[in-house]
Design a protein around this ligand. Structure first.
Ligand SMILES: NC(=O)C1=CN([C@@H]2O[C@H](COP(=O)(O)OP(=O)(O)OC[C@H]3O[C@@H](n4cnc5c(N)ncnc54)[C@H](O)[C@@H]3O)[C@@H](O)[C@H]2O)C=CC1
Ligand SMILES: O=C([O-])CC(=O)C(=O)O
Length: 329
């Protein structure tokens, strides 16, 4: 007998990440090849966006995905999020010319307050929420704060793209395979201040740090390169990362739902106060996923240099939180 379908809500569904994401969800790459899905797609109430969304849905129809049991288009988050068990919040306002980060925060805060409230009202009580739209950590924090009846742990921000970007850099530098690298994570904000940390990583059981043995490279090449990778893609492509972002979203939810097989992965999750990160701040940390839950990797030693990196990215998150505090009162 086939499993009951899971309702998956996706916002910004007609955007470029949406276009790289929906087909993979419908083909079973996110929730499993035996798991039927119903897609509930949200776009802004604008004729062009709604028409584009219709076109994407026509293409989804044309794939005849056996696992796609239904789909619907919406402009009201309360309809799109109804009974959703998974919510991928991708849609947000990108930064325009001359726009300051603070302006972007304010505009997106309004979107994520409304969407948090809608999730609070109509989503499944166990909904797993992943915020992709930037600034992802603070948007996730805002949505979480706007949904007081849902468990805070259900809200997460995407740092998996940073994690995956870093893994490839590490594999290339060490001459090893991506699949053999374990116990790596990225700390903090999805922004250039993030701290990719391979002090604990192993490759085929040996220390990756010892294998690479190049602290100058770590400090002057690796950390800045991972932090600025999004900008480098924009520079090269003229558009921001879409396929790799969609891939990271699939990885994030798949591991959360189906487990990470004992492996560390990075998720932005509300802090419980460990590692000196104030409670509630949405901060990238290493987690292991099992039985549909993520568990923070505890007890890692933080040396002075790492502490400095972790404080820097934390301070940025605190500033972002302060920038939207008035709107959350
Ligand atoms: N966390 C991460 O690692 C990454 C995050 N991003 C972010 O993801 C977001 C989406 O990127 P793209 O798909 O490339 O952008 P896009 O501009 O191609 O698509 C965004 C879509 O969201 C829609 N949208 C805007 N406000 C909405 C709302 N309130 N409700 C529903 N839909 C809404 C727009 O109409 C548009 O179709 C951006 O904020 C981008 O910065 C991108 C790459 C990586
Ligand atoms: O940098 C951007 O605007 C898009 C993004 O978040 C990334 O590629 O990491």
């Amino acid at each position: 007998m086939s499993k009951p379908a899971i309702r998956v809500a996706v916002t910004g569904a007609a955007g470029q990440i949406g276009y790289a994401l929906l087909f993979r969800i419908a083909s079973g790459e996110m929730l499993g090849k035996d798991q039927p899905v119903i897609l509930q797609l949200l776009e802004i109430p604008d004729e062009k966006a709604q028409n584009a969304l219709k076109g994407v849905m026509m293409e989804l129809d044309d794939c005849a995905f056996p696992l796609l049991e239904g789909m619907s288009a919406h402009s009201d988050p309360k309809e799109a999020f109804k009974d959703a068990k998974i919510a991928l919040l991708v849609g947000s306002r990108p930064r325009g010319p001359g726009m300051e980060r603070a302006d972007l925060l304010q505009i997106n805060a309004k979107i994520f307050i409304e969407q948090g409230k809608a999730l609070n009202e109509v989503a499944d009580r166990d909904v797993k929420v992943l915020v992709v739209g930037n600034p992802a950590n603070t948007n996730a924090y805002i949505a979480m704060k706007s949904a007081p009846d849902l468990p805070a742990k259900n809200f997460t921000a995407m740092l998996r793209l940073d994690h995956n970007r870093a893994l490839t850099q590490l594999a290339q530098k060490s001459g090893k395979a991506v699949k053999d690298i374990e116990n790596f994570a990225v700390w903090g904000n999805h922004s250039p201040t993030m701290y990719p940390d391979y002090r604990f990583a192993t490759v085929n059981g040996a220390s990756l740090k010892d294998t690479i043995n190049d602290e100058e490279w770590n400090k002057n090449e690796f950390i800045p390169k991972v932090g600025k990778r999004g900008a480098a893609i924009i520079e090269a492509r003229g558009l921001s990362s879409a396929a790799s972002a969609a891939n990271a979203a699939i990885d994030h939810i798949r591991d959360w739902v189906l487990g990470s097989n004992g492996q560390w992965v990075t998720m932005g999750i509300p802090s419980d106060g460990s590692y000196g990160i104030p409670e509630g701040i949405m901060y990238g940390v290493p987690v292991i996923c099992e039985n549909g839950e993520y568990k923070r990797v505890e007890g890692l030693e933080i040396d002075d240099t790492s502490r400095q990196y972790m404080e820097k990215t934390l301070n940025e998150l605190l500033e972002e939180r302060n920038g939207v505090a008035d709107l959350l009162k």
